[in-house]
Design a protein around this ligand. Structure first.
Ligand code: NAP
Length: 469
């Protein structure tokens, strides 16, 4: 290929982005801006990835970022193929036969495991699944959670842990105006959970919460926040670190936690209890593999390692916390897909700065990666904009060096026909718009942003409707 004029439709290179979440959409927008034609695939009939199926439903402002993605979808050169799954309907090799550029924007859909006895007992779940369930992800909507228990323990001190803790104690009046899936609203309304314990393996100074998420716990309708002041006494290493190295978020988190500890108890029927410096060592239950009844934790102390990191080290003091539900919220990891090069240790697609690479570090021509499956599950939604821009800069550099992939099939109509043949249930952007209009119209009379369809068959059927309601 010779020099490609970015604005020449006749010679526009074609990119496919696998995954229609935030990183996929930022990448799509940037590639369109650089003169590419862009097809976006998603395994689900619906777009927006974690914005639809991950962001807590009581955070509608965060979800409103989809307006930016809708603007991208309206641009010339953009096409959406929902319900087309890499590894199921199409292979990596087939994408490389059809596009100059293949970008993986798959996100990280598995959750990390604790690796402790009892982890597979009924009543122990990954937060990933739980979050997908209350958000109406079709793959998770049939899961059942026993909320007929008084105490739940959430392991982890990140924002996902806070999200699930909060969702477990929301009042019906707080759930009502949200797009929480109907099955989850029903389960939360009948839930007996009154106390949620959030368990951090390190101390309050090392919690991964961000300030607004920690602060908003004070505003819950029917739940108070409990923190034991003795848990907030910082060891010397943490106190020095907080004073000299910590960022403003960590400092403010400790202040907020001290405020919670000092506040007079709220007259509330429910509570969130934050406990620090405790690691789970075993999930206890009825018999060898019966329902969870308690979690055994060991008290930790903070030590500075040779690498400078402040780590939790077990003291040997153990404690039992009775509970009937355990949610593991200790970070996500990616899943290998088809034969895309995968770094098992890191749980990510192997890449060097966004170029998919072999173990040797050599780049695979025409293959790129963006978002959490590139760098790991960190940062907020907007972080993915810069992350995608870094990868797109590499794509443009490779285009300018005539170093993209050379596809053998380039006719866009033939490619669309190929998807339709492989995935007869696939959904176009117009189909998604029909789903969207229907969900919004269903929510409107109830003051809800939408009522989600949670089954693939229902989504596909609605996408075929000619009227938008
Ligand atoms: P995260 O922020 O990385 O937090 C993971 C937590 O799990 C950390 O507290 C970590 O402790 C703990 N952990 C890891 N392994 C553990 C183990 N074996 N035992 C006990 N604890 C363990 O991950 P996340 O909560 O899944 O969130 C992912 C990203 O999404 C984050 O960037 C988050 O801010 C973002 N997010 C943002 C929002 C929002 O803006 N509202 C909402 C949800 C998620 P250590 O620190 O000791 O490793």
């Amino acid at each position: 290929m010779t020099d490609i004029a970015p604005d020449s439709a006749a010679t526009a290179p074609r990119a496919v982005i696998v995954g229609a979440g935030p990183s996929g959409f930022y990448c799509a927008d940037q590639l369109l801006g650089a003169g590419f034609e862009v097809d976006v695939l998603d395994a689900l009939p619906t777009p927006f990835g974690l914005v639809r199926a991950g962001v807590a439903p009581d955070h509608p402002k965060i979800k409103s970022v989809t307006r930016v993605y809708e603007k991208t979808a309206r641009k010339d050169g953009f096409r959406f193929f929902g319900g087309v799954s890499l590894g199921e309907h199409v292979t990596r090799a087939e994408l490389l036969e059809r596009y100059d550029v293949v970008v993986y924007a798959l996100g990280t859909s598995d959750d990390n495991r604790l690796g402790i006895p009892g982890e597979d007992r009924p009543g122990v779940h990954g937060a990933t699944q739980f979050v997908s369930w209350y958000n109406g992800h079709p793959d998770a909507s049939d899961h059942a959670y026993n909320l007929d228990v008084e105490r739940a323990v959430v392991i982890g001190n990140g924002n996902v842990a806070i999200d699930v803790a909060r969702m477990l104690v929301l009042d019906a009046s707080e759930l009502a105006p949200t797009d929480t899936a109907d099955h989850a609203i029903e389960a939360f309304t009948n839930s007996k959970v009154q106390e949620v314990v959030l368990l951090g393996r390190r101390g309050p100074a090392q919690a991964a919460f961000t300030n607004p998420e920690l602060r908003e716990l004070a505003d819950l309708e029917r739940a108070g926040v409990e923190v034991d002041i003795t848990d907030l006494e910082l060891d010397e290493a943490s106190a020095t670190w907080l004073e000299t190295e910590a960022d403003a978020t960590a400092k403010r988190n400790v202040e907020l936690l001290r405020d919670y500890a000092a506040a007079s108890p709220k007259n509330a029927s429910h509570k969130i209890v934050l406990k620090f410096l405790r690691s789970p060592v075993e999930i206890l239950g009825e018999g060898e593999d019966g329902d969870v009844t308690a979690i055994k934790v060991v008290r930790n102390e903070i030590r500075r390692g040779d690498d400078g990191r402040l780590s939790a080290v077990a003291t040997g003091d153990e404690e039992i916390i009775e509970c009937g539900l355990v949610l593991r919220s200790i970070g996500y990891r990616g899943k290998p897909v088809d034969d895309v090069p995968f770094d098992e240790r890191r749980g990510l697609i192997r890449n060097v700065g966004g170029r998919v690479s072999a173990e040797s570090g050599d780049a695979h021509t025409g293959e790129y990666v963006v978002g959490w499956i590139k760098r790991g599950p960190s940062g907020v939604i907007g972080t993915n904009k810069k992350d995608s821009a870094d990868t797109v800069a590499k794509i443009v550099e490779d285009r300018d060096a005539n170093a993209l992939n050379t596809p053998s099939i380039t006719d866009p109509d033939a490619i669309a026909a190929f998807y339709a043949q492989r995935a007869p249930e696939s959904v176009t952007w117009a189909g998604w718009e029909a789903i969207d209009a229907h969900e919004k119209a269903s929510g409107e009379p109830h003051g809800r942003p939408r009522v989600k369809l949670v089954r693939v068959a229902d989504l596909v059927e609605r996408s075929r409707a000619t009227t938008a309601s």
